[in-house]
Design a protein around this ligand. Structure first.
Ligand code: TYD
Length: 133
């Protein structure tokens, strides 16, 4: 349903650095990068799956809980360190809850934005993954 990719940290007394490189520590060609920032713990986000998009997601600041669902199993994982990346490939329902400590998310994608790639209806998602009526 998901994989965690641990980035190597270049740790220095002046700060820390991480880097992402296509086909090295990121298993796809990066075509789009977007950020979710100015987050508010009162509001959850996501509530969709993608038909074919691959994403690598990490919290450059703060923390957030990701609830992931493949139509059979539901699991929640926390992103709370920039070096801990969540790789989502295939059709996975994702919800982001409990944004905290001024959470900023960086999301790398293997394709451009396409609204038609979204599955926003949970029942439709279950049908697509073969677990619906
Ligand atoms: P959405 O992916 O639904 O956000 P989240 O999953 O965090 O709840 O996107 C929110 C809005 O931003 C939606 O109107 C589409 C727009 N958007 C873009 O224009 N480009 C992008 O790359 C993304 C991811 C979203």
């Amino acid at each position: 349903m998901y994989k965690i990719i641990q980035l190597t940290k270049c740790d220095d007394k002046s700060g820390k650095l991480i880097s992402c490189e296509s086909f090295k520590n990121v298993p796809f060609d990066i075509k789009r990068v977007y950020c979710i920032y100015n987050t508010d713990s009162r509001f959850s986000r996501g509530f969709h799956a993608h038909k074919s998009l691959s994403q690598l997601i990490f919290a450059v600041n703060g923390a957030v809980d990701f609830t992931l669902d493949d139509g059979v199993n539901r699991e929640t994982i926390t992103l709370d360190d920039p070096s801990k990346c969540l790789l989502l490939e295939g059709v996975v329902w994702r919800e982001m809850h409990n944004f905290r400590n001024n959470c900023v998310l960086n999301i790398l994608c293997n394709d451009y934005y396409d609204d038609l790639d979204y599955i926003r209806d949970y029942d439709m998602f279950l049908k697509i993954v073969g677990n619906g009526e």
